[in-house]
Design a protein around this ligand. Structure first.
Ligand SMILES: [Zn+2]
Length: 147
């Protein structure tokens, strides 16, 4: 139900999981302001993949409430959320994804939409461009240090 004609994250995940050359797991961190209901539906219940989404509550496409079920983890943040709170939420998602992961064989796929910016006309978060740079650093450090 998203705006993208091709869900590149879903293509990456399904390509990895079907590759005879890849035997690890795929962790998907989705930081678009909208819940990724399409990729969540594609990976739900599948082995070797975990999906975490940090998104705005109560906006398109719905089904945004915070929850954790099987391999799908969702954190809904309120409209007006600023970068500090967002980064804490993203770190929670990363910690959940990386628990038990093995970076010598596993892959982290990050789905990024910049529609959490305060200037985005379709959503209501209040992120600044630098928040995306900060969270990229957080992701890199988490990946480097968890194991
Ligand atoms: Zn979006």
């Amino acid at each position: 139900m998203g705006f993208c004609p091709i869900n590149f994250c879903a293509v990456a995940v399904t390509s990895l999981l079907s590759s005879p050359f890849f035997s690890g797991s795929v962790m998907v961190l989705d930081i678009d302001v909208h819940f990724g209901n399409g990729i969540a539906d594609i990976v739900k219940g599948k082995d070797r993949v975990k999906y975490a989404s940090v998104h705005q509550d109560d906006i398109y496409p719905g089904d945004t409430k915070t929850s954790a079920s099987g391999n799908v983890w969702k954190l809904a943040l309120g409209g007006g959320t600023e970068g500090g709170e967002w980064r804490v939420g993203v770190k929670q998602g990363l910690d959940w994804l990386l628990e038990g992961a093995d970076k010598t064989r596993d892959v982290l796929v990050v789905c990024v939409g910049y529609d959490g910016l305060g200037s985005d006309p379709l959503a209501g978060m209040n992120l600044k461009p630098g928040d995306y740079g900060d969270v990229a650093g957080d992701i890199s450090r988490s990946w480097d240090t968890y194991r």
